[in-house]
Design a binder for this molecule. Structure first.
Ligand SMILES: Cc1cc2nc3c(=O)[nH]c(=O)nc-3n(C[C@H](O)[C@H](O)[C@H](O)COP(=O)(O)OP(=O)(O)OC[C@H]3O[C@@H](n4cnc5c(N)ncnc54)[C@H](O)[C@@H]3O)c2cc1C
Length: 282
């Protein structure tokens, strides 16, 4: 059996590994000219960890893991107002959690691919035609390929989905969050941060994280902003309900008991998340 996977991101590389292991002949095509190292730090746990374990990747992931000593809550002037021992988070996950840069995970997955998987960079799909028994694709370099299975692993604005099922606006369901992630090229900021992981947040719907990465020269940042409530986001809703009512931000309402309050909120978040995960599983 032959598969063409469009997109050599996290999903595409992982699937290529599994299909190859099951005896498939796999062609992986990726639009960019090489692996991408953009992105930010990921909390890697739960089903991602389980799959990595099945793939025998844990020793490799240990090598790219950046341990985080603590999460530091800061106010708008950057002053430390509370902190959370990250060891607690690791312990709650029974050690089954890693923190690494997305690009490092992509590199590990790529390096673990067997040679039998053919990877072609700098290519995309121009056409996909489905027949009863196979699918014919036209690549952007003019070549034709035929396969038993075509997989769209080309991310949120999937070209495969558009070619096969139509315009993406029929399928996109905005969840009310805007996010932005970037690397900050500022040496002074890097020195100031040291190895710290800082968070400015009034509630989960409005937060900005910044952390430096040991061994890397630049800090990475992630900002989330919720623009409206969304009924599909049960995780967000349940987390929000544990936090303060609008207008009373825990970070600005005095310091007494702040750490304890945040620990409680954090533990509650974890419980909410693991609860939802079980729901998804069933
Ligand atoms: C550069 C980048 C950085 C990211 N950083 C983070 C992060 O730090 N933390 C985090 O949690 N999530 C990050 N994400 C999102 C996260 O990777 C995805 O949400 C998650 O991994 C889903 O994986 P995926 O393989 O389905 O899609 P993606 O990871 O988005 O991968 C899709 C792949 O398909 C390729 N592609 C897209 N269009 C085409 C096309 N037309 N033809 C061929 N190839 C195509 C892309 O170049 C990419 O390599 C990032 C995504 C990208 C692309």
């Amino acid at each position: 059996m032959r598969a063409i996977i469009c997109g050599a991101g996290i999903a595409g590389l992982s699937l290529a590994w599994w299909l190859d292991r099951d005896g498939w002949d796999v062609l992986l095509i990726e639009r960019t000219s090489g692996l991408r190292d953009e992105g930010y730090m990921i909390d890697f746990l739960s089903s991602g960890y389980d799959v990595a374990e099945l793939m025998g990747l844990i020793p490799r992931l240990k090598e790219i893991h950046y341990p985080i000593p603590e999460l530091i809550y800061v106010d708008r002037s950057g002053r430390r107002i509370a902190s959370l021992d990250y060891e607690l988070f690791y312990r709650l996950q029974k050690g089954r959690v890693f923190n690494f840069m997305r690009g490092d995970l992509e590199r590990v997955l790529f390096e673990e691919l067997p040679e039998s998987v053919e990877v072609r960079f700098g290519l995309t799909l121009d056409e996909a035609k489905q027949a009863q028994e196979y699918v014919d694709v036209l690549l952007s370099n003019g070549e034709h390929e035929r396969a038993d299975l075509l997989v769209g692993a080309d991310g949120i604005h999937s070209r495969v989905r558009k070619l096969v099922f139509g315009e993406e606006r029929q399928f996109l369901r905005p969840l009310g969050f805007h996010t932005a992630a970037y690397i900050i090229e500022n040496e002074e900021l890097r020195r100031d941060l040291g190895g710290e992981f800082r968070l400015l947040s009034c509630q989960i719907a409005r937060s900005a994280y910044i952390r430096s990465v040991t061994g890397r020269s630049l800090p990475s940042s992630f900002i989330a902003h919720q623009t409206r409530r969304c009924p599909h986001l049960t995780v967000s809703s349940s987390i929000r309900s544990t936090e303060t009512s609008p207008g009373s931000c825990p970070l600005h309402s005095g310091t007494a008991g702040t750490t304890q309050r945040f620990t409680t909120i954090w533990l509650h978040r974890l419980r909410c998340l693991s609860g939802v995960r079980e729901e998804w599983r069933s």
